[in-house]
Write a protein that binds this ligand. Structure first.
Ligand SMILES: Cc1cc2nc3c(=O)[nH]c(=O)nc-3n(C[C@H](O)[C@H](O)[C@H](O)COP(=O)(O)O)c2cc1C
Length: 384
């Protein structure tokens, strides 16, 4: 790690053209553009986007990023219900819809009724049910990203929940992108490398979203030692400059962050939820299958409590849990905060234990300034 002037570098940050080795996952294009403008790398989370929405989001970034590099994150799980099914996304979606048990539908309706959450008004679209949780629905997103990367500074394609398929790795390399993959286990990291992945994001159990059981402190050096020359980014529980410095001390070439951007001024999180996150402490998260069917850290609420209750039906497998609950989620977000409903008690989000430090809504530029300033101070303190 070299620090000269404002610039703090690692070989990976250097190759990607970053001023600071800070990576920011966010599904808000405004956040992605602002992080990249501040010298880090914004990475747009595409899972909630249709292909058309993704194009719009990428157009926004391109118009606001001042030519700085950025990335895109997609979700192609190695394992999910219906994997390998051919016949197109619509057919896969209707097959999976039919597999949702009546017991789960009744459980969801009862939970919403108990919290006085009204149905959606006639003709309102719920969330896009299948989202881009499957290889089938994600490939068109990747096609778009690789096409746009010919003329735009898109430098990184990241994949959650497994290594991306080999043909996508090869196409990304041919288009000049590096491929990153997230993991919480050392054996998965080795498989990612064998599959052609260039950057391993070692994500500890503290992290918001899908995560394993090993803490960042233990996982990062394990993975760094296991993957040799392949660069590793540390993720999970990073929210201040001392934690970025710690990540690099553990052998990572940078910090991969997610939660802290949820309460950025530019984030698309609704104000009521931002407020809940600002008030939450580091003990207020739970690793639960309630959101997607795979274990993911999230704000603990009446929603996760109900799904984790052994007396209930328990969550379905990915991607059916998300599909089964898409209408409910739309209803909760629509009515939260309105008089006559307790929808806000069910309101949740993936978020990590670092939520305990997220105690104000601040612009991305301020969050980045603080991270970098404290990173410099820490390096100076350790190396007087
Ligand atoms: C709201 C939210 C959604 C996430 N969704 C994804 C995702 O779609 N794909 C992905 O690779 N990682 C996702 N993650 C994980 C982040 O990429 C990142 O690894 C994680 O947030 C790092 O830990 P931290 O939350 O402690 O910063 C998500 C995280 C959060 C907080």
């Amino acid at each position: 790690m070299a620090a000269t002037g404002k610039r703090i570098s690692s070989p990976l940050a250097e190759e990607l053209g970053l001023e600071v080795p800070i990576f920011a996952f966010s599904k808000a294009p405004e956040v992605v553009a602002a992080v990249s403008r501040a010298g880090g790398m914004g990475v747009l989370g595409a899972v909630a986007y249709t292909v058309d929405q993704l194009r719009e989001g990428l157009d926004f970034i391109e118009a606001h990023v001042d030519g700085k590099p950025y990335g895109v994150d997609v979700v192609m799980p190695a394992k999910y219900e219906g994997a390998g099914q051919t016949g197109g996304a619509a057919q896969l979606g209707s097959m999976l819809e039919q597999m949702i048990p009546a017991r789960h539908k009744a459980f969801i309706e009862e939970l919403l009724t108990r919290h006085e959450v009204p149905p959606l008004p006639e003709g309102t679209d719920a969330w896009h049910h299948l989202l881009a949780w499957t290889e089938e629905t994600t490939r068109p997103q990747v096609d778009l990203v690789l096409e746009l990367a010919k003329t735009r500074p898109i430098k990184l394609l990241a994949n959650a929940l497994g290594p991306p398929p080999r043909d996508i790795v090869d196409r990304a390399h041919a288009a000049g992108l590096k491929v990153a993959a997230l993991t919480g286990r050392v054996e998965h990291a080795r498989k990612h490398v064998a599959n052609g992945v260039d950057v391993i994001v070692a994500q500890g159990t503290e992290a918001g979203g899908h995560c394993g059981e090993i803490s960042t402190m233990v996982l990062v050096p394990e993975i760094v030692d296991a993957v040799g020359k392949t660069p590793v980014l540390a993720a999970g529980g990073i929210g201040c400059g001392r934690q970025v410095a710690a990540a690099m001390a553990l052998g990572a070439q940078g910090a991969w962050t997610g939660s802290i951007w949820l309460t950025a001024e530019e984030s698309d999180v609704i104000p009521l939820l931002k407020d809940k996150l600002v008030r939450a402490g580091s003990r207020d998260t739970v690793r639960s299958r309630a959101l997607t069917g795979k274990p993911a850290r999230q704000l603990r609420t009446a929603w996760s409590d109900a799904w984790d209750d052994p007396k209930g039906p328990g969550p379905l497998a990915m991607p059916m849990q998300f599909m089964a609950t898409a209408d409910a989620t739309s209803r909760i977000f629509r009515y939260a905060g309105q008089p006559g409903t307790r929808a806000e008690e069910l309101l949740t989000s993936p978020v990590g234990q670092i939520v305990g430090r997220m105690d104000a809504v601040r612009p991305v530029a301020t969050i980045m300034d603080d991270l970098v300033r404290e990173l410099h101070e820490t390096i100076a303190r350790l190396n007087p």
